[in-house]
Design a binder for this molecule. Sequence first.
Ligand code: PDD
Length: 285
Amino acid sequence: MSTAFLNNAYMPITEAKISPLDRGFLFGDGIYEVIPAYNGRLLGFDAHIQRMQEGLKGIGLSIDWTTADWKALCTKLSFENGNGNLGIYLQVSRGTDSKRYHAFPEAVTPTIFGFTFDIPQAPIANKTKAKTYSVSTSKDLRWQRCHIKSTALLGNVLHFQEGYEKGSDETLLFNSKSELTEASACNAFIVKNGIVITPPLDNQLLPGITRNMLIDILRKDGTIEVQERIVSMNEVYEADEIWITSSTKEIGAVTSIDGQSVGDGEVGNTWLAAQTLFSRHKYDY
Ligand code: PDD
């Protein structure tokens, strides 16, 4: 039985209960984070908490938790749940009102929830052992505030489901100009002629912590060029490699897009170099 945290108390997850009038339930009015932890070691912790705090600010929700408070919560949740390979899920919703009314309620206490779920072992930089992913593509029909890690994920869920029903692991999304934004639950990268390219940060995509760590690690190493720029649909189809990144996947090598091979259909050499560097440096963050 996993241990969860809800409003200042730890309890078995089955005993964690919230009111149906919670605005997280009624409106998806909240912010969440997923922080990976391996044997109690948190990855990118400060950056995850900073993004959550920016998200909370972005939706006008203030709570008095410090980074140290979040660290204590994450450490305890990891410990209570066996310090294995865990995704630590944190969520703050605007809280439980006495009625359903769109405007922000006054004097309502935010609901703070945390639990953990098992994630796969971190990928190792080995081409033959790498998990590979297939993706399909779709027009990005989500909202225009995708930089906010909102709990209102129906747009993402519908896109993920679209791919899932076609037998894909993820759905790559393109805006109305046929430019790559991201995937339904990952950021997206392409590799062409040894150059790693990913869309620039704006309101069309989440500022992924894995994305940012990977770019930083590659730039500090300096052997692989990284470009943050608009990526057209044609470039995606003609890429030598496609990667999807997220906290629970690290760098996922995509070998098939809409049923066609990516490059030669094998895990690429640039993936190997990037995952090698990522595995070496990820705990620096
Ligand atoms: N998903 N883009 C979207 C839409 C995401 O939902 C995620 C993460 C990412 C990657 O962000 P990061 O590297 O910070 O994990 C990009 C999480 C893991 C989820 O919803 O489960």
